[in-house]
Design a protein around this ligand. Structure first.
Ligand SMILES: [Zn+2]
Length: 73
């Protein structure tokens, strides 16, 4: 399922960041996944396998074209 991950997706990790936040936005895709903490904006790089192990759920999946949400941003 991680292969479906896209830039801008927000994921929730099982273990909170020291700042208390658990939600991260995907800012880089590659051999390593770049994540930015939504609490303190710190960026980290994690191997895909690590992300898969630490991830709890998707908070927001950017489908890029899905009209399920009408929120204007
Ligand atoms: Zn943080």
């Amino acid at each position: 399922m991680l292969t479906e991950m896209n830039m801008g997706d927000v994921i929730r990790l099982r273990k909170p960041h020291p700042c208390g936040n658990t939600d991260w936005v995907v800012v880089r895709l590659g051999a390593d996944i770049g994540l930015k903490c939504l609490g303190c904006e710190r960026r980290i790089l994690l191997p895909r396998r690590d992300v898969a192990k630490r991830m709890k759920t998707y908070v927001h999946k950017d489908e890029g074209g899905s009209a399920s949400s009408n929120e204007s941003s």
